[in-house]
Ligand binder design. Structure first.
Ligand code: ATP
Length: 327
């Protein structure tokens, strides 16, 4: 617990994710409700360094809850990794009298926040905004639900055409080094195989399974691959299947950035609103260096240190359920 705040800044940093706007709205309106002045920092930490900082009022966040992207823009800043960059950023915060920050972003952004807060003793509250869902200390991250639903809608469409032609589709979804989008979208579209970074990909076993299913005339349409799978993405996987099973009719679909955009789902809007509200409450209560998350449907605080280091685990049960249902 630390000092009280009166002027707070909010920024979005790292990769964008649908629902960030709903969170900005919650931070601004909760801050105003409590009599704080609220400032929007444009382009993440770059905007802090370049003094792209503007006052926000209730109207400035009107009509954004349903919009993907982020009205504050987001960026990755090399300069913020340097002591000179962070010193300039702090000088700009001082100029505006900002004495507390809400950072909506991923683990990299929290790492930066922690360093900054330690150097300048300014309270920083992290809010997990990432489609990858790769942050410990929360059951949800803002944007994951929208991204995975976008993937599901796209995969359903691909299944129609795959089925019509008896084709095998290798579909690559986002998630960087986390397999959550692949796991959830694969289970919910009835994919026959899911390849994720959290499990070593056994390509021989996949090839044997495809051959065996071909023999018993089980139509295999969909293999969902996480972009960060240890074997490689959809192109690498399809290459080896083509080499080893030359009679299989294969196509590759890389879903790409459509998974980042679009109107946030109800779930993402609700968690973004709850987390934004709680983040401001945390600053008012004098918390320092924590990430606001939701665990078992309750607001949960995790020291930024732990939010940075730990990754969520995928339990064996999930893989077992998937294997039984896809057999
Ligand atoms: P996403 O999960 O969507 O990629 P992220 O927050 O992890 O989001 P990063 O690019 O890793 O995205 O981090 C965002 C920004 O945070 C970086 O561009 C940099 O400015 C800052 N940052 C990250 N790590 C550090 C660090 N060790 N020290 C200072 N700043 C950092």
């Amino acid at each position: 617990m630390g000092q009280k705040v009166s002027r707070i800044g909010v920024l979005t940093s790292g990769g964008d994710s649908p629902g960030m706007n709903a969170c900005i709205r919650a931070v601004v309106r909760t801050g105003l409700f409590h009599g704080l002045e609220v400032f929007g920092v444009l382009r993440g930490y770059s905007g802090m360094i370049d003094d792209e900082i503007q006052p926000m009022d209730s109207k400035s966040v009107a009509n954004i809850i349903q919009r993907g992207g982020t009205i504050l823009k987001t960026a990755r800043s090399k300069e913020f990794r340097t002591s000179e960059g962070r010193t300039r950023a702090y000088a700009n915060l001082q100029k505006h009298g900002i004495d507390g920050l809400v950072i909506i972003g991923g683990d990299g952004s929290f790492h930066g926040a922690k360093t900054f807060s330690n150097e300048f003793n300014i309270p920083c509250i992290g809010v997990p905004g990432t489609i990858d869902k790769d942050i410990a200390g929360t059951d949800f991250t803002i944007g994951f639900d929208t991204a995975v639903n976008t993937a599901v809608q796209a995969i359903d469409k691909i299944r129609d055409t795959a089925d019509a032609h008896d084709r095998l589709f290798i579909i690559e979804v986002m998630g960087r080094d986390a397999g959550y989008i692949a796991l959830h979208s694969g289970i919910s579209t009835g994919a026959e195989h899911i390849l994720i970074p959290e499990r070593k990909t056994d390509m021989e076993a996949l090839l044997i399974s495809l051959q065996e299913k071909e023999k018993r005339r089980k139509l295999v349409n969909l293999v969902v691959v996480a972009e960060g799978d240890d074997f490689g993405g959809a192109n690498e996987v399809s290459k080896i299947i083509r080499e080893r099973l030359p009679n299989t009719d294969i196509r590759v679909a890389i879903l790409g950035h459509i998974q980042r955009g679009g109107s946030p789902t109800c779930l993402d809007r609700v968690i973004a609103s709850r987390m934004g509200y709680a983040a401001v409450g945390s600053l008012i209560e004098g918390r320092h260096n924590v990430m606001v998350g939701i665990v078992n449907n309750r607001i949960h605080y995790t020291p930024l240190d732990n939010a940075v280091k730990a990754k969520q685990r995928i339990s064996e049960d999930w893989m077992k359920i998937f294997k039984i249902l896809a057999s």
